[in-house]
Design a protein around this ligand. Structure first.
Ligand code: NAD
Ligand code: TYD
Length: 356
C-alpha cells in the first residue's frame, strides 16, 4: 500500500480514515477524490498529521475519465471506496442520487480499475476495498442471531438497496475478472466530523441549541454502534491482510434502544454543559420513518479470528469523547449549521412529517 486513492475522503468516515492512514502508514501517499456534496467538507480535512502526503481532488466518482486519469497519474495500487449517499431519510425522500452515486459510481470505479490496472501490469499488488453497511442484511427480529457474512441480503430502504447492489458488483468483479477486492460491512458509526443529519450529532447539536430531540416512533429500534476510529482500524487491517474476494462484518457490540442512547447523550450533556433544565426534557416522539428497520446486530467472529480485530472503545467512552468533540469545535459546528440547505433539510424531514 503506497499510492492510495480514497473516494469520499471529505465525509465523516473517509476523513477519519485519512487521518488513520497517515498515522499508520508513514510511506503512503493519498489522493482523495470527493465531490464535496452537502455531506463533504474541507473543514473535515484541516490539520492533517502529514498534509504533504495528501492530495485533494474535487470530482465525481461517476466521471470515468477523471477516475482513469487519477489511477494512471498517481500509479494507484490501492483504492478504498467510501464515497456514497449515506443517509436513509434522504434516500426515502429522494432515491435517485443514491442509485447514481452508490451503484453507477461504484461500477465506474470498478471498471476504471479493471481497464487501467489491466493495461499496466495486471492485478498483482493491487486492492479494491469497498466500504459497505450492515443495512444490506435487512432488519432483525428480537432475539434473532446477529448478521453473519453469509446472511442473505434483504435490503429494505433505497439506501440499503443501492449499497447491496454495489456490493454485488464488487463481488462480480472478483469472480469474473479476478480483481482483488475486499468488502467490509459495518454497523452504525459515530464520532468526530459526523454530519448532523445522523442520530448522534443531530441530538447533540439540537440539545445545545435548545431544540426538540426527535425520536422516530417508539424509540425502541436498535443499532450496533461503533466508534469511527475502530471502524477505520478495521478497514486498515482488512486492506492489509484480508483475503481477496472476502467480506468482513464489523460492529461495536453496543446495542442500546435509540431512546436510551439519546437519554445517555442528554446525561453526558447535563454534566459537561449544564443547562437550566435537564436536556432529556427536549425529547419528543415524532412519526416513524417509513419501513424503519427495527434492529441491527453484527457477528464479528470472522474478523476477530482471521485478522485479530476487536473494537477498542466501549459506548460510554466513545459517546463521551464524541459529545466533548462537538462542544470543543464550535467553528466546525457553525460552518455546518450555516451551510446552505441544512435548515431546509430539517424543515423537510421534521416539520413536514409533523414533528417539532
Ligand atoms: P458521508 O455522507 O459522511 O460522506 C460521504 C462522502 O462522499 C462525502 O464527502 C461526499 O461529498 C462524498 N460523495 C458523495 N457522492 C459522491 C460522488 N458522486 N463522487 C465523489 N464523492 C461523493 O458518509 P459516511 O458516513 O462517511 O459513510 C462513508 C461510507 O461508509 C459510505 O459508503 C457508507 O455507506 C458507509 N457506511 C457508513 C456508516 C455510518 O454509520 N455512517 C456505517 C457503515 C457503512
Ligand atoms: P441514522 O443515524 O439516520 O442511521 P441509520 O438510519 O442508518 O441507522 O439513525 C439511527 C437510528 O436513529 C435509526 O433507528 C433512526 C433513528 N433516528 C431518530 O429516531 N430520530 C432522528 O432524528 C434520526 C436522524 C434518526
Amino acid at each position: 500500500m503506497k499510492s492510495i486513492l480514497i473516494t469520499g475522503g471529505a465525509g465523516f468516515i473517509g476523513s477519519n480514515f485519512v487521518r488513520t492512514l497517515l498515522r499508520l502508514e508513514p510511506d503512503a501517499r493519498i489522493v482523495n477524490l470527493d465531490a464535496l456534496t452537502y455531506a463533504g467538507s474541507l473543514e473535515n480535512l484541516r490539520d492533517l498529521p502529514a498534509p504533504e502526503r495528501h492530495t485533494f481532488v474535487q470530482g465525481d466518482i461517476c466521471d470515468r475519465e477523471l477516475v482513469e486519469d487519477l489511477l494512471r497519474q498517481h500509479q494507484v495500487d490501492t483504492l478504498i471506496h467510501f464515497a456514497a449517499e449515506s443517509h436513509v431519510d434522504r434516500s426515502i425522500l429522494g432515491p435517485a442520487p443514491f442509485v447514481q452515486t452508490n451503484v453507477m459510481g461504484t461500477f465506474t470505479l470498478l471498471d476504471a480499475c479493471r481497464r487501467v490496472w489491466g493495461e499496466a501490469d495486471g492485478f498483482a499488488g493491487r486492492r479494491f476495498h469497498h466500504v459497505s453497511t450492515d443495512e444490506v442484511y435487512g432488519s432483525l427480529e428480537p432475539g434473532a442471531p446477529a448478521f453473519q457474512e453469509a446472511t442473505p441480503y434483504e435490503p429494505r430502504s433505497p439506501y440499503s438497496a443501492s449499497k447491496a447492489a454495489s456490493d454485488h458488483l464488487v463481488r462480480a468483479y472478483f469472480h469474473t475478472y479476478g480483481m482483488p477486492v475486499t468488502i467490509t460491512n459495518c454497523s452504525n458509526n459515530y464520532g468526530p466530523y459526523q454530519f448532523p443529519e445522523k442520530l448522534i450529532p443531530l441530538m447533540i447539536l439540537n440539545a445545545v441549541r435548545g431544540q426538540a430531540l426527535p425520536i422516530y416512533g417508539d424509540g425502541k429500534q436498535i443499532r450496533d454502534w461503533l466508534y469511527v476510529e475502530d471502524h477505520c482500524e478495521a478497514i486498515h487491517r482488512v486492506v492489509q491482510d484480508g483475503k481477496p474476494g472476502e467480506t468482513y462484518n464489523v460492529g461495536g457490540g453496543n446495542q442500546p434502544y435509540n431512546i436510551d442512547l439519546v437519554r445517555e447523550i442528554c446525561a453526558i450533556l447535563d454534566e459537561l454543559r449544564p443547562g437550566a433544565r435537564p436536556y432529556a426534557e427536549l425529547i419528543q416522539h415524532v412519526p416513524d420513518r417509513p419501513g424503519h428497520d427495527r434492529r441491527y446486530a453484527m457477528d464479528i467472529s470472522k474478523i476477530r479470528a482471521e485478522l485479530d480485530w476487536v473494537p477498542r472503545h466501549d459506548i460510554e467512552s466513545g459517546l463521551r469523547a464524541t459529545v466533548q468533540w462537538y462542544l470543543d469545535h464550535p467553528d466546525w459546528v457553525r460552518a455546518v449549521l450555516e451551510q446552505d440547505g441544512y435548515q431546509t433539510w430539517l424543515d423537510k424531514n421534521y416539520v413536514e412529517r409533523g414533528g417539532k
